[in-house]
Structure formats: C-alpha cells, structure tokens
Design a protein around this ligand. Sequence first.
Ligand code: CS2
Ligand code: MN
Length: 356
Amino acid sequence: MHMTMRWFGTGYDSVTLAQIRQVPGISGIITTLYGTRPGDVWEKDAILAMKNEVESAGLSIAGIESVNIHDSIKVGSPERDKYIDNYITTLDRLGEAGFRLVCYNFMIIFDWTRSDLAKIRNDGSTVMSYNQALIDQIKPDSMFDTMSAKSNGFALAGWEPERLAHLKELFALYEGITEETLFVNLKYFLERIMPTCEKHGIRMAIHPDDPAWPVFGLPRITKNKADLQRVTKMVDNPLNGITLCTGSLGTDPTNNIPDIIAALKGRIHFAHVRNLRHNAPGDFEECAHLSADGSLDICAIMKALYDSGFDGPIRPDHGRAIWGEVSMPGYGLYDRALGASYLSGLWEAIAWQAQE
Ligand code: CS2
Ligand code: MN
C-alpha cells in the first residue's frame, strides 16, 4: 500500500501541498480537476498543469477522485452515449498523462449525505454526523442549504451548486428508476469504458454509497458485499474494481468490513480508511481514526487489507475539526495527518509481525 492524502487544489483547499509533504509517510495525493462538471471532457493542458503543480511540490498524484458520472449515464437516457464518449476521452487523456487509478461513484442526485457538518463532541472537536430522524424532516430541496450552512464557505466535494439548483428536474429525471435499472446502466457504462482502461491499465474504483442505504427514496447499488460483488462480477475485468471506503460501508453495522475485503480480494484498487461511531440505528457520527474512538476495528481492517495483498493507495478519510483549524468539513490537515500516521503505524506493525 502507499499512504496518500486527498487534496482539493489551490483555491479549493485550506491545506497546502507543502503541508501534506511533511506528514510522515505520504508520497502521493489524490485529487481531481475541480471546476469541471460531470460530463465535461477534461482539457489536456489542465490535466498536465494539475500534474506539474503536484510534482513541483515534491509529491505525485496517486489517483483521481473523482471523475464524476453524468446523470444521463445513470438514468440511461439517449444522450448517454455522447457523455460516455466524453468520459472515454477524459480517461484516454488521463492515461496518456500517466494516471492509473480513477475513483467514481454511482450515487444519484446526492453524493455523501449528513444532517450536521459540525456536531460538537465532548472534547470540543466537531465532526460530521447523520441522524435519519433529522433527515426525514428535511425536504430534499433544502438538503443543499443544510449541507452548505456549516461548510465554512468551502465548496463540498460532490455537492456542485449548479447541479443541485435543478433538484426538481433531477428528481423528475430519476422518477421510476430502480436498483435494477441502475445496475444495468452501470454495466453498460463499464463495458463501454473497459477497452480504454485496458489500453492504459487504468483501474476503476467505484466508491460505495454513504450512508449505505437509500436516502429520500432514491435507490443505491453499492451498499454492501452482495452489491459490490455484483458490480465486479457483472463486468468481470480486473480493472473494474472498488474503493473500499470503511466510513461509508461502516454506516451499516451489519456490513462486516474485513469479510468484504476478503470477498473482494484483488478488486480493491483504492482504500479510504476511517472510523465512525454508531449511536443508534440510523444515527452515527464521525470520530478520530483510532479504533477506540469509534465502532470499527481499524486494526482488523488494515490486517484484512494486508492479508488480501492490497497494493493500492490508502487515504485517511473525513477527520474531526480540531485545534481550531478551519477547513472544508472533514478535510482539515490535523486530524487527517493523525489518521494517516496511525494507519501507517498499524500497517508497519502488521507487516513486521508477518515477517516474524
Ligand atoms: C466522500 C465522497 O470519500 C469521501 O470522502 O466524501 O465525496 C467521495 O469522494 C465520492 O463519493 C467519490 O466519488
Ligand atoms: Mn470515502
């Protein structure tokens, strides 16, 4: 594995590349071309400028998170072929620039969802949290306001304001869409892009649903082991893989993450490892990465990744806001740096033990 951190780009992030470079063990960053919209063809020059900026800071880009999917592809409408062609052109350009990992998701309308972006914990830190009872009281139209209210002025990844300004149309577009249709449309998309992935050796890594159940009645198809196995088997190419996001899969306490890792062996191309704390069914909050702070056994998860022969990038995921840092919620430097060091320490100990 190699330890990485996500970086949102100059102007989008409170954290600098120079700071990330000083976090022990970090050699790579995960980023994307912010400012592009789902369906856009990425400009060659912009891809190279992004690469150069990171490399001049002494780091490398370990993967792209995300190249987002246009709604027509998820819904399967006639213009999807044009947008899949655009996606293929973007993949081709990323491949030519040397990139070998692309994360994406197939969540509809809303990406990751939270009811509070700054819940205060006993120690004074703040975390993002989710309470189904609160979400049930929110109308989908006001979800964006809820999400942006405590975003510290940062654009939230996956919550593009221009797209969410058309919520009513989006809901109409997805009217009648079922899990089955989503699987069929995802298969169609993957089959069309695989030749380009093969040409460059690009590993596709679908990110699971967060939370791992339908929100606002919208179907979700990457919630658990069965879903992820179906996705990898329906297009049985090793380049069609997943992002193992423990914080997303872990929202459902019945998801046994070490078991999911063993079942998806060889198809996990990217890992987001973080903890969360279950308060009650449908009610959870984020926390420090340490096992003792939450409900997930992070050591067992790292061990399962090690035992599966995982060789891709890992990144810490959402952290707490601590020590007065003001950042995009979940993406401050301090708690993610603590998380990265903790995860690297676990890996070192697991590898050492394995050689004994
Ligand atoms: C999530 C998502 O992993 C995360 O941090 O917040 O925004 C994730 O980046 C996307 O769903 C991946 O496409
Ligand atoms: Mn994640």
